[in-house]
Write a protein that binds this ligand. Sequence first.
Ligand SMILES: [Zn+2]
Ligand SMILES: [Zn+2]
Length: 290
Amino acid sequence: MSWPESIVSWIGGETLGIASAHHKAQVIGTVVTSRLPLQDVVSISEIPTDELGTFSGEIPRTLPPGEAAKAKARMGFEASGIPLQVSTEASFYSHPQIMGLTIHEELVLLADFSKERYYWGIIRSLDTWGPQISLTDFNTAQDWLTAHHQKDHHWMIIPSPETQHSFPPQKALPSPEAVIQALQALNLNGDSFQLVPDYRAHLHPGRMQIIEQATHQLVDTLLSICPVCNQPGFAIQSKLPGLPCKYCGSPTQRTMYQVRKCNVCGNETRETIPNQPAEADPIDCEVCNP
Ligand SMILES: [Zn+2]
Ligand SMILES: [Zn+2]
């Protein structure tokens, strides 16, 4: 494979630290070593990333996701002395328009602490497995779990916000049976509890797939070279609507362009989106379908 000169002179033959647990390092490492001219990838897993927040809510995340990812990468740098670091950060939040739908956002960051530069891969998924419910009785829990369990995924039991009886979160439960056993052991006496996915990547294959996609997107961004200053990371920053209607030609809300911006020299360009039809369906047109 041949790489752009600015990629080779920047990371050619370098070591990349992955500031994360082993299992994520394997997925990320496979993608970056197959697509970039790195010498080596090192997993830096002995860093206290839980300090920045846990999915069980025991430690709330106080930083915005991007800052949390930077903080993890910096921990990796400080622990290893390797200035090139990758880290990840996941968020799960309610869809702003569609009730009951959860958005899974996965950030993968490559930080270069020798230049204080940051590059991102971001994937937002609506399909990530993430059922959750607040309950008080075990029979309902049993039925609900049977309906919602997905193979190879894991559960947590955490206290409901309104619960009287606080208990330590029960994690990494691999099956509905394991959840019911753990519930029985908790002695809740009719108090409410929440069943939620254990989102830690090694216990959630669906999340791991999104991490892999976000890593590919990060590499796509790195390999996009600014035509003005020749530096890597000419990233897609935004998308603009305006795709013309097939019948009347009026601009629609459908995406027409993507905007790339270079964070080194500020160069910005607008380009049409590859593999997209040149016109919008009239169903999306304010004029034809008001
Ligand atoms: Zn530039
Ligand atoms: Zn139209």
